[in-house]
Design a protein around this ligand. Structure first.
Ligand SMILES: [Zn+2]
Length: 573
C-alpha cells in the first residue's frame, strides 16, 4: 500500500472507506473527480475541501486538488469546477412527486393576475380539447390577482362567467395550495352538486345569497368533484392510464434533476403509485431517490404496511417508511385550524380535516409497524393537537425510541408549543418559500402577534434545539431548492419587504436543513446528506457560492451539474 506517502488524513479516509467496505485503496482509479471547487461538505469533521473523488456510486476521497492525483486514472472523468461551489445533493423534504409531474402537463394558472385572465386561459384550452373532456388546471391564487373578481364571495370568484365561457367541458381548477377548487356548472352537474348539497364535515361549499353554489369548494367539499374527474379518467384504457402516469413521472424526474434534487420525500403516495415506482426502479428508470409517505385509510394501511415497508430498495432508490396524514387545511384558504378565529374571517377558526380519533389510530399503526408518522399541520391548534397525539403515543410505547416523527409544515405555532418539538424529538418539516409566498397576507389573516411569535418560526425552533428540514411542497411552489434557500435566509418578499426577518436561518443552517438534517429525518444520515468518504455520490455543482454571495446575487444562483450515484445526470447548457 502506498498510503504512507500520502499523509495521515488520507490514511484516516482510507480506513473509513475500508470500514464501510467500499473501495480499499487508490489502486482503483476514481470514475469521476471534481476539483478546483469550493466543496462545502456539511460534514463538521471536515467542512471545506477543494476536490472530491467518486468511485462508482460512492464518494471515495475528499481533499485538496493535489491529493486527487492518486485517484486519477486514464478513464477518470475530471470536472474542472473553476472555483464553483459543490454541495451535497439537495434532499427535498416535502413534495408531491407525481402531482409535480402532472402539474407540468396541466394548465398552469400560477402566473394569472386576474380572474378574467383565468377565464380566458380556460376558454382557450377548451378550443383544443374534445367536448366533454375535463379541463384541469392548478396554481391559481386570489392573493396574486390585481383586484377581487367583480362577483365574489369572501373574495373568491363566482364561476358563473366561467360556465358561460366554457359550457361544454367540465372544468376543475385547483388552488395553488391544493386546498380549494373552482368548478364550472358542467363539472358541478357531473359531481351531483346542487343548491341542496350541504357542506360536508371538514369542508365547505361556498354559496351565493340565494343558496346557489358559486363553484368554490374548500377541503373535503371538493371530493365529489375529484371523484367525478376520476370516474372520467377511469374511462381511459389501462394502457392510457399507465402512459399518462409514466409521462408525469418523467416530467417530475426532469424537474428534480434540473434543480439538483437528488432525493425527494414524497408526501402522500398511494399503494399503486409505489407499485409503479418499484416497476420503474426495477428497470433503472428512477434516477432520483424517493422516500415515501404512504397515504391511504387506516384499514387499508393496517393490512399493507408490513408488505410495503422498504428501506433502501433498488440501490437506495426507494424507501417506504412514512405515513402521511392531514389534520387541517391551508392558511391561504382559511383552512388552517387555529386556536383563535381569523382576524379577517372572525366567524372561523379553520377546519379540522382528520378526526383526532382517526389520527390516534394512524399513530398506533405507525408505531407498531415501524413507520414514521408525518402529519400535515398548518394552524396553531392543528400543531398543538398533533404534538399531543404524538406525545401520548410515545408515552404508551416507552420501549420505542428514536422515532423521528414529523410535522409537515409546522407553519403557525403558539410559542408554548415551540419547545415541544425538541422535547419529543419531533422533526419540523418546513418550507422556506411558503413564508415568502404567503407573507403578503399572513398578518391580514392572523394579526401582528400571531405572525410575529409563531409564523414560519424556524429561528425559534432551531434555537430550541429542534431539527428543521426544508422543502417546497412542489407543485404548490416551484421545486427549486435555491428559491427556498433564498427565502429561508432572507425572508424577503417579492417586493423586497422582509417578513419578520428575526426568524431568518443562517446560510449554513439553511444548507444543513436541505441536506444533513433532511437525511436524518429519513433515517439516512449514515449514507447521505454530507460529502463524506463512503457516502453515496450525490452532489450538486452550483453557479454561485450560496454561502457568501450577497442576497441580490443569491437569486441568480443555478444548478450547473446534478450527480446521483456518481453519474452526471444534468448539465446546464
Ligand atoms: Zn404537501
Amino acid at each position: 500500500m502506498r498510503i504512507s506517502k500520502i499523509g495521515c488524513l488520507l490514511v484516516f479516509e482510507l480506513l473509513c472507506v475500508a470500514s464501510t467496505g467500499v473501495i480499499n485503496a487508490a489502486d482503483t482509479p476514481a470514475t469521476v473527480v471534481l476539483r478546483g471547487a469550493r466543496v462545502v461538505t456539511v460534514d463538521p469533521n471536515r467542512p471545506e475541501v477543494t476536490a472530491v473523488a467518486i468511485g462508482g456510486t460512492r464518494i471515495v476521497a475528499v481533499g485538496s486538488d493535489e491529493s486527487m492525483a492518486v485517484w486519477i486514472g486514464p478513464k477518470t472523468r475530471i470536472i474542472e469546477c473553476r472555483g464553483r461551489t459543490v454541495v451535497p445533493g439537495f434532499i427535498e423534504g416535502h413534495a408531491h412527486f407525481t402531482s409535480l409531474g402532472h402539474s407540468k402537463l396541466q394548465l398552469d394558472l400560477s402566473t394569472a393576475s386576474s380572474w378574467d385572465e383565468i377565464i380566458r386561459m380556460v376558454a382557450a384550452a377548451a378550443k383544443s380539447t374534445p367536448g366533454g373532456s375535463w379541463i384541469v388546471g392548478r396554481g391559481w391564487h386570489q392573493g396574486k390577482w390585481r383586484e377581487p373578481p367583480l362577483s365574489n364571495v369572501e373574495g373568491y370568484p363566482d364561476t358563473l362567467e366561467l360556465s358561460r365561457a366554457v359550457p361544454d367541458h367540465p372544468v376543475l381548477l385547483t388552488h395553488g395550495t391544493g386546498h380549494m377548487v373552482l368548478a364550472n356548472e358542467r363539472a358541478m352537474h357531473l359531481a351531483g352538486i346542487s343548491a341542496e348539497s350541504p357542506s360536508p364535515p371538514g369542508g365547505e361549499i361556498l354559496k351565493a345569497g340565494d343558496g346557489r353554489p358559486i363553484g368554490v369548494f374548500r377541503e373535503t367539499a371538493a371530493r365529489p368533484l375529484y371523484r367525478a374527474l376520476e370516474h372520467f379518467q377511469k374511462g381511459r384504457t389501462p394502457e392510457q392510464i399507465t402512459t399518462d402516469q409514466r409521462a408525469a413521472i418523467k416530467e417530475a424526474v426532469a424537474e428534480c434533476l434540473k434543480y439538483g434534487v437528488t432525493t425527494l420525500h414524497d408526501a402522500g403516495t398511494s399503494l399503486s403509485e409505489v407499485d409503479l415506482f418499484k416497476e420503474l426502479a426495477e428497470r433503472e428508470e428512477l434516477p432520483v431517490r424517493l422516500w415515501v409517505m404512504l397515504n391511504d385509510v387506516n384499514d387499508v394501511l393496517a393490512t399493507n404496511l408490513d408488505r410495503y415497508r422498504m428501506i433502501g430498495a433498488y440501490d437506495n432508490h426507494l424507501t417506504v417508511r412514512g405515513i402521511k396524514r392531514m389534520i387541517d387545511g391551508a392558511l391561504g384558504t382559511h383552512g388552517a385550524w387555529m386556536l383563535e378565529p381569523y382576524d379577517d374571517l372572525p366567524t372561523s377558526r379553520g377546519l379540522n380535516t382528520t378526526s383526532l380519533q382517526q389520527l390516534k389510530q394512524s399513530a398506533e399503526l405507525a408505531i407498531r409497524h415501524d413507520y414514521q408518522l408525518c402529519v400535515h399541520a398548518i394552524g396553531d391548534r392543528a400543531n398543538r393537537e398533533v404534538l399531543t397525539v404524538m406525545e401520548q403515543t410515545f408515552q404508551a410505547h416507552p420501549e420505542k425510541t428514536d422515532l423521528r416523527w414529523r410535522i409537515e409544515h409546522a407553519q403557525h405555532l403558539n410559542p408554548v408549543d415551540i419547545p415541544r418539538f425538541k422535547k419529543l424529538g419531533v422533526i419540523a418539516s418546513m418550507q422556506g418559500n411558503h413564508a415568502t409566498s404567503d407573507g403578503p397576507f399572513v398578518v391580514q389573516r392572523l394579526g401582528e402577534w400571531r405572525s410575529r411569535t409563531g409564523a414560519y418560526a424556524w429561528r425559534s425552533l432551531l434555537d430550541s434545539g429542534a431539527t428543521v428540514i426544508n422543502g417546497t411542497d412542489a407543485p404548490v411552489e416551484t421545486l427549486n431548492p435555491l428559491d427556498s434557500f433564498y427565502a429561508s435566509v432572507t425572508r424577503k418578499l417579492a417586493d423586497g419587504i422582509e417578513f419578520f426577518p428575526e426568524q431568518r436561518m443562517t446560510r449554513t443552517e439553511a444548507l444543513t436543513s436541505y441536506t444533513r438534517n433532511a437525511a436524518y429525518a429519513g433515517f439516512e444520515e449514515q449514507f447521505k446528506g454530507t460529502i463524506t468518504v463512503g457516502k453515496l455520490a450525490d452532489l450538486v455543482v452550483l453557479s454561485h457560492d450560496i454561502l457568501t454571495v450577497p442576497d441580490s446575487e443569491l437569486k441568480r444562483a443555478q444548478v450547473d451539474y446534478t450527480i446521483i450515484d456518481g453519474r452526471i445526470l444534468f448539465v446546464r447548457e
